[in-house]
Write a protein that binds this ligand. Structure first.
Ligand code: DAH
Length: 435
């Protein structure tokens, strides 16, 4: 048994139980070797071929079509592979070497040279390099995350960008377009809280003419405000007295400056729905279009569809239940308000354990384990207690796992069986001592 601890430790970093990591994985018809950082799980692998954003009649696909129809003169792309190099996902977009997004706790790695894209921005340089100047790209993206009603490890983003020649006549056209857009943005049942578009903390890039950057940032905001009006202007439930509230806030992204986020107020909280900004010149230089400048955005389709279609839980997008899917029309111009067919009882179970001294377990590791055992039968996972014994230095944690199916009632036996599988995998995979 002497080798057991080191072997276990190695296995933990991989995210696979001891000895369980296959030497190769077949992903979208291609064989890829695994290595010591492989952490993509069977549950995630099963999602790769689904591409919900292209399934006719699916609310994510209809939303994609609705946004595309708002930008009719843009090129619409939606078939890029989710497997990208860390270079494409991060370095090419000027992410620093120590950015937390690169960590194995946050992203799904096939091996050290390949991961599942964490955002659609991963394709920006390739699309710009191919000569596109106005484009939308929709795709599935993957992030290791907590389990609750608005987070899922696979979700869908749309990237959009528009770049212009940096010369006086192109900038004059931007100015005219801005005037047109401003004239169209009149009042409706939506309140947009705006902010100054360039500030000292959210600066113009040194290589940009400040007047050009101002026009481009303005064009970005006007274009997105008009998209938000198109999407949310007629949203059900928004009235003159209680309009839908949207706000712009300053943000930071490694690949834009100035940068912004847009949030929508929904069910008592502000939900971030998009990030955007003036594209960093380094990105355009890498794409061999150094003489252009422009803006880009990346928006989360689930968040927007949840608001537009009143979908209460992000797991529903993955439901194969006809009571979900049949509610949505294949005609993207029709916005269906989802009618929940039933809310089945939930059952929570707690698990308390001492963390092992030689292995680390991140909350995202636990959530991946739970998803692997239960599929979509867990509604949320919350840490409800943590405690470090001052004498021994050992840490104990208690998590509450809330079991609830979207489609049916779970039997006690079934819930107990899943929970005991979760507990035994916690022991095997992370060496925890159950209390
Ligand atoms: N990729 C960013 C994210 O996933 C969103 C984003 C921000 C996209 C700024 C952009 C952008 O194109 O310009 O959080």
């Amino acid at each position: 048994m002497a080798y057991r601890v080191p072997r276990l430790r190695l296995a933990l970093r991989r995210g696979y139980a001891t000895g369980a990591r296959p030497s190769h994985l077949e992903l979208l018809g291609e064989i890829h070797p695994t290595d010591s950082i492989t952490n993509i799980t069977p549950t995630i692998i099963s999602k790769l071929p689904l591409r919900l954003h292209t399934q006719l009649g699916h609310p994510l696909s209809s939303l994609r079509a609705r946004i595309e129809s708002h930008f009719p003169d843009y090129t619409h792309l939606s078939s890029f592979s989710p497997l990208v190099t860390p270079f494409k996902n991060f370095d090419e977009l000027s992410f620093p070497a120590d950015h937390p997004g690169r960590a194995v706790t946050d992203s799904y790695y096939v091996n050290k040279d390949l991961l599942l894209r964490t955002h659609t921005s991963a394709h920006e340089v390739d699309v710009f390099r191919s000569g596109q100047t106005k484009w939308l790209l929709t795709a599935d993206v993957y992030r290791r995350d907590e389990i609750d009603g608005s987070h899922y490890p696979v979700f869908h983003q749309m990237e959009g960008a528009c770049i212009f020649p940096q010369d006086a006549s192109a900038m004059k056209a931007v100015e005219e377009h801005n005037a047109q857009l401003s004239a169209h943005l009149d009042s409706s049942n939506i309140v947009i809280e705006d902010i100054p578009h360039i500030t000292a903390a959210n600066p113009v890039q040194p290589s940009h003419d400040p007047r050009h950057s101002e026009l481009v940032a303005m064009n970005l905001k006007l274009s997105l405000n008009s998209l938000l009006l198109h999407l949310f202007g007629g949203v059900s439930g928004a009235t003159k007295e209680e309009p839908l509230r949207v706000r712009w806030i300053e943000a930071y992204f490694p690949f834009t400056s100035p940068s912004y986020e847009v949030e929508v107020f929904f069910r008592g909280e502000w939900l971030e729905i998009l990030g955007c900004g003036v594209v960093r010149q380094a990105t355009l230089d890498r794409a061999d279009v150094p003489d252009k400048m422009g803006w880009a955005f990346g928006l989360g389709l689930e968040r927007i569809a949840m608001i537009l279609n009143s979908i209460p839980d992000i797991r529903l997008f993955w439901s194969k239940d006809p009571r979900f899917l049949s509610q949505f029309s294949a005609d993207p111009s029709k916005i269906t308000t989802f009618k929940p067919y039933s809310r089945y009882p939930s059952c929570h179970k707690d698990v308390s354990f001492w963390l092992s001294e030689d292995t680390k377990m991140h909350e995202n590791d636990l959530c991946d384990l739970v998803r692997d055992v239960t599929g979509d039968l867990v509604e949320d996972v919350k840490m409800i207690d943590t405690f470090t014994n001052p004498k021994s230095g050992r840490t104990s944690q208690c998590y509450r796992i809330n079991y609830r199916s979207m489609d049916r009632s779970l039997s006690n036996d079934e819930t107990n069986e899943m929970h005991s599988d979760v507990v035994s995998r916690l022991k095997d995979q992370f060496g925890v001592e159950i209390r």
